[in-house]
Every structure is written in C-alpha cells, then in structure tokens.
Design a protein around this ligand. Sequence first.
Ligand SMILES: O=C(O)CCC(=O)C(=O)O
Ligand SMILES: [Fe+2]
Length: 333
Amino acid sequence: MHIKVCIHEQQQYNLRHTFMGSLTLHKLPVIEFTDKNLKPGTESWSKTCNKVVSALEEYGCFVAIYDKITQEVHNGVFHALEELFDLPIHTKVQNKSTKPLFGYVGQIPLIPLYESMGIDDANTLEGIHNFTQVMWPNGNAKFSENLLVYTKLAAEVEKIAVQMVFESYGVGKYHESHISSANYLCRVMKYREPQINENKMGFVSHTDKSFMSTIHQNQVDGLEIEAKDGEWFGVHDLISPSSIVVMAGDAIMAWSNNRIKSPHHRVTMEGKEARYSIAQFSFMEKIVKTPEELVDDEHPLQYKPFDHLKFLEFYSKEENRRLESAIRTYCGV
Ligand SMILES: O=C(O)CCC(=O)C(=O)O
Ligand SMILES: [Fe+2]
C-alpha cells in the first residue's frame, strides 16, 4: 500500500511536471529582418522595432531571419569552419591575442566537447586576413572570403538591432557615435558529438560580456536559454540558413539600465553529429555609459560608466569567472 502511494505520488509529480512544462513552454520570437522591414521611418520599421525591443526585454534574445545570409553564404561559412578545425592542434593554438579571452580555447577537461578560436576585427578584410595568415601561412583566400561575407552580414544584423533599441528608447541621437566605436570579435566554434556515457554539456551557462552578440549555427541544435522564470529552453528555429540569434550582452544590460537583461545560455549536445557555430560579439572601444534619458525616479542608475575592454580584463581573471554577475560586481551602483 505504502509503495502504491509512493508510485502514485511520483506519477502525479511527473504529470504535474510535464503539464507545467507544457504550460510554460518558452519559444524565442522569430523576427523578419527583410528589406521591407528595415527602412527607418516606415510603419514596418516601427513594428519591427517594437518586436525587437519586446523580445529583448522578455528573453534577452530573439531569432532574426536575415535573407542576405543565403544558403550559399551559410554553406561557405561551415565548409570553411570544417577545414579550419581539421588543422592540427599545434596550428590552432597559434590563435593568440593581446586582448583577454580572444585566443584559442580547447582541450579543457571541464568542457571536452568544445573548441574555439577568436578573430579580432572580424568584419574587416584585415582582421580576417591576420587570422588566416596564422592558420595558413601560404594563404587561404577562399577561407577569408567565405568568412568575411558572413561576418559583415552578422555585423549588419547587430547594428540594425542596436539602432532599433536606441530609437525605441528615444536615444537615437547617440546611435552613430556608439556604432563608430564598436569592434567585432568573432568566435568560431566546434562541439564534437558526445561519446556514449559522456556528458552532453557543450558549454557552461554564462552571459555574454559583449554589448550584443549574434550566433549562427550549422544544422545541429544545442543552444539553450534560461527564461526569466528559471526554465531552460532550446532554440529550434535555426534550421533556416538565414537564421541568426541576436543576444544581449552584459554591456547593453548596463547601458539600458537593466531594461534589457543579458540571458544565461549554454550549449547541450543531443545529436550524433558535430555542431559548428559562429558567434560575433560587439565590444565598445570607449566608455559605456547609461544615457541620462534612461535614468529617472522609477529607474535609478544601476551601473557606473565603465571601460568595456577593462571589464573584459576583469572578467578574464580566474577569481572573477564564477561571479553571479560580473558586470554588477564590476560597476554596479
Ligand atoms: O555555440 C553557441 O551556440 C553559443 C556559444 C556561446 O554562447 C558563446 O560563445 O558565448
Ligand atoms: Fe555566449
């Protein structure tokens, strides 16, 4: 009898869990970044601005469909990445930088599936070329070309999203000076498939330290986001080659005075295939400051102005890697 009751309770728990799970199913908003929606001053533009800001305020991220990222661009990027990660490790570790956290990461016991490299100034020919020269001293023009086409488009998506946020918050006048001091770091990633009995964790939960990030992937899902209610949910709308996740980083959280929160996210590898992804992060080469228009009695100032790259340096120190919120500790009021 006692056992029966226990089973009953367990079943009820399972049911409730499934039921609640289905009630609170989260899904990232998918927003069309087509030509029609991207002409400032039009009604479509305003509607798209509203969708973007609502999504960022709710989830800290959304899926943009940017049709300039064609199937051909998509295929080109991922062919390039396969070729890159097939290089010997002793070549890949040559990816170094004077900036913190910009170089090769891999062979780390805690995250054995993960390997990545960083490309500074990624949306410029010079930035890509500097990286390519280290990987292929005899050059690899095709690689540079395939990557650059994508990184430029990803930077465009980020700039559009940022412009929409600035306009929606009534601080469009600061947008141009903001964009002119943005620098783009691209991280290319490979997550190998987990072996039997191996942990599926591809990358640990974190928030991005960027102003904003864009993430594009091959056909293998894995990105998971934490919603405000603490539920984790997967992003499954990335099948289209034109899909790109736009995500708020810690810097826009501080800039927006907490209107937009940088979401925790992680990668879990369910499939039997390697996942390749390409994340591009915007970093401001100047002091990031909350506009005075976003501070009032209802929204008292939450963060002091801060130097974005110095914040990255702070975060790169071992003792600061596990803080609940690095940005809050670094410059919270
Ligand atoms: O691979 C992904 O989808 C996410 C990677 C990521 O979160 C990061 O590099 O910050
Ligand atoms: Fe991330």
